[in-house]
Design a protein around this ligand. Structure first.
Ligand SMILES: [Zn+2]
Ligand SMILES: [Zn+2]
Length: 104
């Protein structure tokens, strides 16, 4: 369990009260009452985004890392690049391998 904030008066753990979507906007000053000490305090919201970055050699002149996305029937399987998520139809040679494969 992790809490959003600590009360600035009594230093106890609190969750921001998001009833009706309150307090989500980045900018205004919001008010809340502490459940523990009954004092009022204000807070502002800062929204942070987390990004997960990966190398994508295929977007830099390298080869795509194609893997079949096994669909049923297998004839509808597409090849998807693990790096950039691009899809293409399998070549007829690949399709033969896919259909013959026991991959489930
Ligand atoms: Zn308090
Ligand atoms: Zn790719």
């Amino acid at each position: 369990m992790s809490y959003d904030i600590k009360c600035p008066y009594c230093d106890r753990d609190l969750d921001i009260d998001h009833d009706d979507g309150y307090g989500y906007e980045d900018g205004p000053t919001y008010q809340q009452e502490c459940h523990w000490c009954d004092k009022n305090f204000t807070f502002t919201t800062s929204i942070s985004y987390n990004y997960d970055v990966q190398k994508a050699d295929c977007l830099n002149g390298g080869n795509h890392d194609w893997h079949p996305t096994i669909s049923y029937p297998k004839e509808f399987t597409k090849m998807r690049c693990k790096m950039c998520d691009e899809e293409r139809k399998p070549t007829s040679d690949e399709l033969v391998l896919i259909v013959q494969s026991q991959i489930k």
